[in-house]
Design a binder for this molecule. Structure first.
Ligand code: KG4
Ligand code: ZN
Length: 345
């Protein structure tokens, strides 16, 4: 295996869901970050796993090639290959892991497995200023809603998680009820800008730092069904206000728990991550809370919120520095997560 270098050149591959992404990082700095988004899932109202893996297979060589070219890096310059081991869809993960293994064998360089959820958190180390340690990170994506306490880039604990749907799912499922395309999160965000939060929905009462969004989904369903019964054009006529109201409720639930986590832990260094962290209302509420709570906040660039390989490279960089490499026997782990606090010690 290659000797560890200070100015390591790392190729990272992300293929956990429906985005095929490759990035090149040199000495901890992003040189390229290419993402091929799979548009065809829109027609199905959600990600179709079988289709996703086939399209990853079609795209991956080109995406890696463009990432290397845009970084001005040749394969022989690479020192390691980082890949997403999980969580994600089995078929999608297999494409990335197989490609990474092939390249690792061909070039005789080490592999580094990356936990996708840790990578979302570590996206905060891509640009300056990086968060001071320890910090709390609210990670909100299509499949996860978690509050993570970060001790060091290699040491984190989950303080809370969703008991059912993720925040992104709440956006996407509401979108489906409203007749919007998948993924609905960004569409609801845009329509909400033109509306007002005139409708109120119940907020779940969940113990500790855990979340729940399935009750809200049911409340929205019944609300829409009742309104449409008396006024068939209700959704079309009030779409922007409905979007603003749903968004306001989801982001309130998220920020309330984040405040609670900060109060309980005494940590005021606060970050948000994952696809839903691109949401304008969430960003606004976190900024607003910062003044009241004395928070130092870290809000990532939009391209580092949604799935991308730059964050995989960042996580890979830290592991490379620590000499944590992965054997060729590695297999995907669709349920890989960040350990909860009850597993501590
Ligand atoms: O992190 P991500 O790209 O992929 C997963 O790992 O799941 O997150 C995707 C989720 C989707 O549910 C999408 O609707 C949501 O992030 N999302 C948003 C916004 N942009 C993406 N939700 C609300 N507002 C946005 N602007
Ligand atoms: Zn993600």
């Amino acid at each position: 295996m290659a000797r560890r270098k200070n100015n390591a050149v790392i190729l990272a591959i992300e293929s956990s869901c429906d985005d095929t992404s490759a990035a090149v990082m040199v000495d901890g700095k992003v040189r390229s970050n290419e993402v091929a988004t799979q548009e065809m899932h829109r027609a199905y109202g959600g990600v179709v796993p079988e289709l996703a893996s086939r399209v990853h297979q079609e795209n991956i060589t080109l995406v890696v090639d463009v990432a290397l070219r845009n970084a001005g890096v040749k394969t022989e310059d690479l020192n390691a290959i980082a890949f997403t081991r999980g969580p994600g869809l089995m078929g999608s993960l297999l494409v990335g892991i197989s490609f990474a293994k092939g390249l690792s064998i061909g070039l005789g360089i080490p592999l580094i497995e990356v936990n996708h959820m840790e990578a979302h958190v570590l996206a905060h180390f891509i640009d300056l200023p990086t968060p001071a340690l320890p910090f709390l990170c609210l990670t909100v994506s299509g499949g996860h809603t978690e509050i993570i306490r970060v001790e060091t880039p290699l040491e984190m604990t989950r303080l809370g998680k969703t008991l059912d749907d993720a925040a992104g799912e709440a956006f996407d499922k509401t979108g489906k009820m409203l007749g919007l395309e998948y993924p609905a999160g960004p569409i609801i965000d845009r329509l909400a800008q033109e509306g007002a939060a005139t409708y109120t929905f119940p907020k779940p009462q969940v113990d500790g730092l855990d979340f729940s969004f399935s009750g809200l989904k049911t409340a929205i369903l019944y609300f829409l069904r009742d309104r449409v019964k008396t006024s068939p054009g209700f959704i079309e006529e009030n779409l922007n206000d409905i979007c603003a109201s749903v968004q306001d409720t989801i982001t309130d639930i998220l920020v309330d728990k984040l405040k609670q986590a900060s109060t309980e832990t005494g940590i005021r260094e606060i970050a948000i991550a994952g696809g839903v962290s691109a949401n304008k209302s969430l960003r606004e509420k976190v900024r607003h809370s910062a003044a009241k709570m004395g928070w130092q906040i870290h809000i990532p660039k939009i391209e580092y919120c949604t799935d991308n390989a730059a964050m995989i490279a960042m996580a890979g960089h830290f592991k490379y520095q620590a000499g944590r490499f992965t054997s060729l026997e590695a297999v995907p782990d669709v349920r890989l997560g960040i350990p909860g606090r009850h597993l501590e010690g």
